[in-house]
Design a protein around this ligand. Structure first.
Ligand code: GLC
Length: 748
């Protein structure tokens, strides 16, 4: 099937006839390999381990590591391993690949890794980059990531992470694109294009792996690895679309997730991994399990033992087993016993071999293992320049009372807080290959921007979670000597990422105390938040004169912040996640349902959907982001108040920059289906445009809506639209904007 599609497409183009021959020959080659492979060699191609041949930290336990590496090389030579992951460097990669080429059938290894937001040049964490509302920026940083990672001997990226995350307690919010499906789809596709480039066979292209399939972001209570219990509609309407967008963009592998979905673990979920992924979507790539996710079927209470876990995972649709070793250990016996069909085993092996062929590994097993490229392509100045641009574009200005920002470069600044000079928590989680020494700290960025470095005084004031003896007094004294305080506070990167869920998404108490003391001095206080999720801001932090969300911005964090702080770049980021009033509201997201008793400001609050302590609103909602410019939105205009069933309407407004500073604005298109056979969110993002306006300049922003934009997953799990009334906004955030409405007519 796969071959016939590819062949028919190629043969149709005369110029590619020779390409068709190559595919035909490639298929014949793969079929020939499969015919010659033993059961064990087949199971070996479906087995991947952490790369202990080229360890990240070889000098830790050198004797143990050397022995582990030697043992693994033996396994590779024996054809019992098809892929290694998270190794570093060309030298070790060539050693491992040469071992594979000594195996009986000389099938090259596939080298994978988690290069989630940059290899050596680290870009903003994906959640931060989503705040740019610039998918094209994400495509560019993904492209550079692929250039550096392939220069370092990698072929396969365990990215993009495309999980929709509506509960900010979950540590892995940081790895994705936030709470909105539309934004998530665009960033998923952009990153896949960036990683895979024009052709997977190109030396600087790497195979993308949208993960974690699926609904991992819906873990109960925001606790990592926890149960996922959601309706089939929510699965299909919220959690699957970013994966479909990634596959439509060409991704040819995916990773099955740790979590169960409604009682069936995703890594043994045939409906998900076969019926939907291959049956409905026609996915032709391969599925790799997450790390020991097949082994974990036992802990889930879904498999009684290793053998059963292997059978359940494989027959559900997991082609390759990560780290457990279960497939090489149990698949041959399961096939011999007739419990796993040989044809199914061959199909999985074929999928993996096709991707190795598509990456050019049979033509050149040492592809991406070139020490000259490794020296030339990693950490280039233009990569750092892109990292700086991505950093400043990812910053969100939440609050700017009396336009206290931008600061003057002649100001006397007290830079206070545990993240003032920190360099270990600016890359963010999942930066296995970065060098903290090469990162630009907040202090370095500000110092470089100031007219005279002596204008800057730095006081740590407190640790991340513990006070420093005398720290607050020293900080207050420095504040009193300064014109303005820049307070660098927030989360360490270990508070984000895998297995780092938090019960209370607040700035740690010791830093809150520091903020209160600084605020009490009455000096203007600018908060630089370091965060991997939305936070529930409180007290002096919430009430600061200005708040910049600076996430984990990567190698150029300090320069990106300085560019915004002093106005060399006018902030243009908008929130991809809602900042709640309180942690207790989680999961909170803007596109929530109305309920039968919506709390509406100005109306009696009794017996309405709210908490005793707070209305169920955001402090800063999805899509919010200020600029140093001011933008005026004219009322929304519609090309018609009625949309024909097969027709469209154009929604437009004029936006004017009423300030004296050029700036960028993200105009967002929201829709609400007022009445439907399944209750609908109070707003849903259906489009956005980031525009740049000079002082006084106006621009007409228009969007075309069709019935396809109004669809939802109905009771029969099909995407449907229903005639009726719809509200529409073009707005600077998900809680602002003038509303218009239109009617979708019935089919004629
Ligand atoms: C981890 C993560 C996954 C990662 C894999 C390999 O547990 O869940 O995102 O790609 O293991 O490191």
């Amino acid at each position: 099937m796969f071959v016939s599609i590819v062949l028919s497409a190629l043969i149709a183009q005369p110029v590619f006839a020779q390409e068709a021959d190559k595919v035909k020959n490639q298929e014949a080659y793969i079929d020939g390999l499969i015919e010659r492979m033993t059961l064990e060699e087949k199971a070996g191609q479906l087995t991947t381990y952490g790369d202990e041949i080229r360890l990240l930290n070889p000098d830790i336990n050198p004797d143990v590591n050397r022995r582990k590496g030697e043992d693994l090389i033996k396994e590779v030579r024996a054809g019992r391993v098809g892929s290694l992951f998270n190794g570093r460097g060309v030298k070790g990669g060539r050693l491992a690949q040469s071992a594979a080429l000594q195996s009986r059938l000389k099938i090259p290894l596939l080298f994978g890794a988690d290069v989630i937001h940059g290899y050596r040049t680290v870009f903003p964490v994906p959640l931060a980059e989503a705040a740019s509302f610039e998918p094209q920026l994400a495509e560019r940083t993904a492209r550079v990531t692929a250039i550096e990672a392939t220069a370092a001997g990698l072929h396969w990226n365990f990215a993009p992470m495309v999980d929709i995350a509506r509960d900010q307690r979950w540590g892995r919010v940081v790895e994705g694109s936030g709470e909105d499906v539309y934004l998530g789809k665009l960033f998923a596709a952009a990153r896949v294009r960036g990683y895979q480039g024009e052709n997977l066979a190109n030396e600087d292209s790497m195979l993308a792996t949208p993960k974690h399939f699926a609904a991992y972001g819906a873990v109960s209570g925001g606790m990592d690895y926890n149960t996922v219990d959601i309706s089939p509609q929510t699965l299909r309407e919220v959690h699957l679309p970013p994966f479909k967008a990634a596959f439509d963009a060409g991704a040819l592998s995916t990773m099955s997730s740790f979590n169960e979905i409604n009682g069936v673990p995703a890594s043994a979920n045939r409906e998900l991994l076969t019926d939907i992924l291959r049956g409905e979507w026609g996915f032709k790539g391969f599925v790799v399990s997450d790390y020991t996710a097949d082994m974990e079927l036992i802990a889930h209470g879904y498999a009684a033992n290793e053998r059963e876990a292997t059978k359940l995972a494989f027959l559900a649709g997991v082609d390759m087993s990560m780290q457990s070793g279960f497939y090489i250990k149990h698949l041959p016996a399961l096939v011999k016993a007739g419990e796993v069909p040989m044809a199914a085993l061959d199909d999985s092996v074929r999928r993996v071999l096709r991707l190795k062929a598509a990456l050019g590994l049979f033509d050149n097993p040492y592809r991406s293992l070139d020490s000259e490229r490794e020296a030339a392509d990693i950490g280039k100045p233009e990569h750092r320049a892109l990292a700086r641009d991505a950093a400043r574009r990812s910053i969100v200005l939440l609050r700017n009372v009396n336009d206290v920002l931008p600061l003057n470069k002649t100001s006397k600044i007290a830079l206070i807080g545990p993240f003032a000079e920190d360099r270990h928590h600016l890359h963010g989680p999942w930066t296995l290959f970065a060098d903290a020494k090469e990162a630009i700290t907040v202090a370095a960025g500000i110092r470089a921007a100031l007219a005279d470095a002596s204008q800057l005084e730095i006081v740590q004031g407190s640790n991340v979670e513990k006070p420093i003896k005398g720290g607050i007094d020293a900080a207050v004294e420095a504040a009193n000597r300064a014109d303005v305080v820049v307070l660098a506070i927030g989360e360490i990167h270990e508070m984000s990422g895998e297995a780092q869920s938090r019960t209370d998404i607040v700035v740690p108490a010791a830093q809150q105390v520091l903020a209160e003391a600084i605020a009490a001095t009455g000096k203007p206080m600018i908060v630089l938040l370091r965060n991997g999720r939305a936070l529930a801001l409180q007290g002096a932090v919430r009430d600061a004169d200005a708040i910049l969300v600076t996430w984990f911005l990567g190698s150029e964090m300090g320069n990106g912040i300085a560019d915004v702080l002093f106005g060399d770049y006018n902030p243009s980021g908008h929130l991809p996640v809602s900042f709640p009033l309180e942690s207790g509201q989680q999961p909170y997201y803007y596109n929530h349902k109305s309920t039968g008793r919506p709390f509406i400001r100005g109306e009696a609050p009794e017996f309405k959907a709210r908490y005793r302590e707070a209305p169920n609103e955001a402090l800063y909602s999805f899509g919010h982001g200020l600029s140093y410019s001011k933008f005026k939105y004219d009322p929304v205009k519609l090309s018609s108040k009625r949309m024909a069933w097969d027709g469209s309407i154009t929604v437009s407004t004029r936006i004017t920059n009423t300030s004296s500073r050029a700036g960028e604005e993200v105009a967002q298109l929201y829709v609400r289906d007022r009445v439907a056979s399944s209750t609908r969110p109070v707003r849903e993002l259906k489009g956005f445009k980031k525009i740049r306006l000079d002082p006084g300049q106006s621009e007409q922003v228009s969007f075309t809506l069709t019935r396809a934009d109004l669809q939802f997953v109905g009771a029969d799990l099909q995407w449907i639209a229903e005639p009726g009334a719809f509200d529409v906004w073009i707005a600077p955030s998900s809680v602002q904007g003038t509303r218009e409405s239109f009617e979708l007519e019935r089919a004629k």
